[in-house]
Design a binder for this molecule. Structure first.
Ligand code: GLY
Ligand code: MN
Ligand code: MN
Length: 460
């Protein structure tokens, strides 16, 4: 059985536990960049999670009714002319067989088929609010069902947010996902090693970016999982630096936050190292604080701990380091309570990782699926960059199968009240952790991060 098939069965079980109904998931549209040129196509993560089907113009319908489940794929028909220009299309029949669906139909028949499929079903499971045009289309289908009321046909009385169910499923990676994420993490680790080997004073950030992309692509990764950050010197203090065009100077650090996407799964690694291969005293001092903070956070990443525990552990080490280095003044508890440390550490220590680099999944303890009328969407995911609003719900308890990043940092912008030796040093160290029953497995372990290991690698 395909892993996607198993996931559809699990979704159907959840739907059935709430009375059953019809789930609809669309894939992403192709997006024009300019005339005759499109952005590289990337399917919708929810759709792909349930189907493994890579083509645009496709939708999945799952009917969970009584004890039976029917999975239907709507996809493009074979078309010789379009295939000459744009490449192979499965077509419904081959797609049904290859991707394990019960039935497949042409994408062009959606408007005709969906009112039939929605008739006399108790509920609709759909990502309401994600796309206005698709919402309107679904409303038209529901309208078409309601129009048959005199004939005794009943439209779904309830709508559930499909994302809430899938977010929860996606939070726990299955074996297929873990194997893919392990490989993605290995490729990205090799890319960071390649970058370290290639770095020399005088070369440009984009030359190092090219090394990363080379290693991603030559190992079969389809895309970077996000825009690579290759930030020399003070550029490392810009959290979402995108320029990647500066010349790297002797004596600076280089911060690289880059990870590949492999078969739909992200990896996310940051390493910071000296352009010339040798840390200066002050660079090393701050680096060791971040490394100690990461170690403390990794120790706190285990089943039974709460999502926020690694962050709290990292903050304690970072704040103490800031006090020791004269960056902030006061007691450890005082610096943490007042938030004074946030001047130099302003983001969260991790985020869920999976198909999306900032993956879906509740950062707080979940409730039951919410009828869409009562809650228009799954709560926005917190990110390492933007802490979630405090909902008052307890933080999520970590459990085996969850994958999250561990990424403390220190960013010291030049200022008159900051010791000059630390000016313009930005450091982040980021690894990807799979929660296990006994602790966590670091998937990105092949990218060196100890000072001695980095210096030895760059000497060689
Ligand atoms: N690369 C995005 C992040 O670290 O969250
Ligand atoms: Mn990250
Ligand atoms: Mn990152």
């Amino acid at each position: 059985m395909f892993p996607h098939d198993t996931r559809r069965q699990r979704l159907a079980e959840t739907m059935r536990a709430h009375g059953g109904g019809v789930a609809i998931a669309f894939t992403a549209p192709e997006v024009a960049r300019n005339r005759d040129s499109e952005y590289p196509y990337r399917w919708d993560s929810y759709f792909y999670y349930l189907t493994g089907f890579p083509e645009p113009e496709a939708a999945m319908v799952l009917v969970a009714d009584g004890a039976t489940t029917e999975s239907i794929l709507f996809c493009r028909e074979k078309n010789e002319e379009r295939e000459i220009w744009d490449g192979f299309r499965f077509g419904p029949e081959a797609a049904r067989e290859r991707f394990g669906f019960d039935r497949s139909l042409p994408f062009g028949s959606l408007d005709e088929e969906l009112p039939k499929l929605l008739a006399d079903r108790p509920a609709l499971w759909y990502a309401l609010g994600a796309d206005e045009a698709l919402d309107a289309r679904v409303h038209r289908w529901l309208g078409a069902v309601r129009a048959q009321a005199r004939a005794g046909v009943v439209a779904p009385a309830q709508a559930f947010d499909l994302r809430a169910v899938l977010d929860e499923m996606r939070l726990f990676k299955d074996e297929h996902e873990i194997a893919t994420m392990r490989r993605a993490a290995q490729i990205s680790s090799a890319a960071h090693v390649r970058a370290m080997r290639a770095t020399r004073p005088g070369c440009h950030e984009y030359e190092i970016e090219a090394e990363l992309l080379h290693e991603f692509r030559r190992n079969g990764s389809q895309f970077p999982a996000y825009g690579s950050i290759v930030a020399g010197g003070r550029n490392a203090c810009v959290l979402h630096y995108r320029g990647n065009d500066a010349r790297l100077a002797d004596g600076e650090l280089l911060l690289i936050d880059a990870g590949c996407e492999l078969d739909g799964y992200a990896s996310d690694i940051t390493r910071t190292y000296p352009v010339n291969g040798r840390f200066t005293g002050p660079q090393r001092r701050l680096y060791e604080i971040v490394l100690d903070a990461q170690r403390a956070a990794i120790d706190a990443t285990r089943a039974g701990a709460r999502f926020i525990d690694p962050h709290d552990a990292a903050v304690r080490v970072l704040a103490q380091g800031m006090i020791d280095c004269g960056l902030v003044a006061g007691s450890l508890d005082g610096v943490i309570e007042s938030g004074a440390y946030k001047r130099f550490y302003m983001h969260r220590t991790g985020h869920w990782l999976g198909m999306d680099v900032h993956d879906c999944g509740d950062y707080r303890e979940p409730g039951a699926p919410v009828p869409a009328a009562a809650g228009p969407g799954a709560p926005a995911a917190a990110t390492a960059g933007a802490p979630a609003a405090d909902t008052g719900k307890p933080w999520r308890v970590l459990a085996p199968g969850m994958v999250l990043t561990v990424e403390p940092g220190l960013y010291v912008r030049a200022a008159s009240d900051v010791p000059a030796e630390f000016h313009d040093i930005g450091i982040r160290i980021e690894d990807d952790a799979l929660v296990t029953s006994s602790g966590c497995e670091i998937l990105t372990v092949d990218a060196p991060k100890r000072v001695d290991d980095i210096e030895a690698l760059m000497r060689g």
